[in-house]
Write a protein that binds this ligand. Structure first.
Ligand code: KIV
Ligand code: ZN
Length: 501
């Protein structure tokens, strides 16, 4: 089996994502977690960029126990000096030098000829070697570089002592077959290539960073540059979790390779990076997104409960997520609903389960997110409600600032409909009075409380109230997304208890 070396550049290229800057303290916290995750090389920063970056790279270098620590430098003496000094205390220091080689960059950025670029790079590698032995060299914009010139640069860099040659797809322009061909061509055309490790560094401008990185591995790259959550310059870099989990999941393709990544640390690392950068992980992000192991469709939920692998290609525990979640929504079926109730500690008989399920479906039509508290509220309604003599058929209310509120309530008893109409001090009062007329009970409302069960505009409102009639006090509760309906349900709950008493 061959090892794929993981170079994590969250703290360097990841930090180049617009708005993602981290303090030195946060960088050290992330570096500690990256070591726990098992990355081989931490690219800790660009020391010449700022005193803070220099301090952060130096501190990470000093503290790293196992991972190599790498500092980035342009082919400029000052950069190399800063990079060299910053990683001096690392157990395994590395300097990563880069210089653009594509015609576009030579013409517009440097206004230099190819020979000049070769000379600058070779001087810089020689200088960097004075600071540390482990040098990685990147011909920036390699995928848009003329191939013969690229081969020449690589051969020179290896002759000067670079141990790793990184191939950056700097602007995320390439596609998997092309990357595969490029790595093969490098292996076939650079005479001394066997003396160096080939690395790949892909950007995600066309959403191909992970695919391109994996293609490079299949063609012969043995080190991969990546970031947590795929953060990085512009559309980001190849995402570490996607590369690692593809290799682990598709053993049929990547069975000859392994990484040192402890995959159970992927999710905690993703959370930490999201927290310190303030970059929210999209819910549908592969491997670590909130929805990556969540199932809403009833068909999927039913199958998952029978056998997880029907709709999951990875075990969530392998990436540090405790379990798949069955998200209850309008597509969910009875199987998932009853499973969820069981996990919440409710075991309903068939008839109550059916009623609760109907109410859940009604609620799901009105409310996008069904939380555990919503379910508890529905189920408690079903459990608590004494066998009702009176059941709610339907109701209508008219209300407004200029009219007297009025309500028509239709109650059901033994299959027959009983209508009642009343006006009132408000729509709730009108409903209560309409119910009083139907059930012919004189009751006094003693207490009335309305609470939102969950957050959001579509939250369930739960009403709890007390009724007194002929010296007897009973309580009632009801819930719905409509607070008038919650009130009517609570009132009826209490009325039914009064009848029994
Ligand atoms: O994308 C890129 O080319 C880089 C280099 C510094 C390697 O990040
Ligand atoms: Zn980059």
């Amino acid at each position: 089996m061959e090892k794929i070396i993981i170079l994590d550049t969250t703290l360097r290229d990841g930090e180049q994502a617009p708005g993602a800057s981290m303090t030195s303290f946060q960088k050290m916290e992330v570096a500690g977690q990256l070591e726990k995750l098992g990355v081989d090389i931490i690219e800790a920063g660009f020391p010449v960029a700022s005193p803070d970056d220099f301090a952060a790279v130096s501190a990470i270098a000093k503290n790293a126990k196992k991972s190599a620590v790498c500092a980035l430098a342009r082919c400029i003496n000052k950069d190399i000096e800063y990079a060299g000094r910053s990683v001096k205390k690392a157990r395994h220091p590395r300097i990563h030098l880069f210089l653009a080689t594509s015609k576009i960059h030579l013409k517009y950025k440097f206004k230099k000829a190819e020979d000049e670029i070769v000379a600058i790079a070779s001087d810089s590698i020689r200088l960097a070697k004075k600071y540390c032995d482990d040098i990685e060299f990147s011909p920036e914009d390699a995928t848009r570089t003329d191939k013969d010139f690229l081969f020449r640069m690589i051969e020179m860099a290896i002759d000067e002592g670079a141990r790793t040659i990184n191939i950056p797809d700097t602007v995320g322009y390439s596609y998997p077959q092309e990357i595969f061909g490029l790595i093969e061509d490098i292996k076939g055309n650079v005479k001394n290539i066997n003396k160096a490790v080939i690395a790949i560094h892909c950007h995600n401008d066309l959403g191909l960073a992970t695919a391109n990185s994996l293609s490079a591995i299949l063609a012969g790259a043995r080190q991969v540059h990546c970031t947590i959550n795929g953060i990085g310059e512009r559309a980001g870099n190849a995402s570490l979790e996607e590369i690692v989990m593809t290799m682990k999941t598709r053993k049929d393709v990547f069975g000859n390779f392994y990484t040192a990544i402890r995959t159970q640390e992927l999710y905690p690392t993703s959370r930490l990076v999201s927290k310190v950068t303030g970059f929210i992980v999209p819910p549908n992000k592969a491997v670590v997104g909130r929805n990556a192991f969540a199932h809403e469709s009833g068909i999927h939920q039913d199958a998952i409960l029978k056998k997880r692998i029907t709709y999951e290609i990875m075990d969530p525990r392998d990436v540090g997520i405790s379990e798949s979640s069955l998200v209850l929504g309008k597509h969910s079926g009875r199987h998932a609903f009853s499973h969820k109730l069981n996990t919440l500690g409710f075991h309903l008989d068939e008839s109550r389960l059916n009623k609760a399920f109907l109410r859940f479906k009604n609620l799901a039509d009105k409310k996008k997110n069904i939380f555990d508290d919503d379910l508890i509220s529905i189920v408690e309604d079903e459990i608590r409600t004494v066998r009702p003599v009176w059941q709610l058929g339907n109701f209508t209310v008219t209300s407004g600032s200029e009219i007297t509120p009025a309500a028509t309530v239709n109650l059901k008893k033994k299959g027959k409909i009983y209508p009642g109409t009343s006006s009132g001090d408000g729509p709730v009062d009108a409903c209560f009075k309409a119910i009083d007329k139907i059930v012919k009970i004189k009751a006094k409302l003693q207490d009335y409380r309305l609470e939102a069960v969950t957050a959001g505009k579509d939250a369930l409102g739960e009403v709890s109230l007390k009724l007194i009639s002929e010296g007897k006090t009973v309580s009632g509760r009801g819930s719905s997304t409509d607070i008038i309906e919650s009130s009517v349900r609570a009132y009826l709950d209490a009325v039914n208890k009064l009848r029994i008493k």
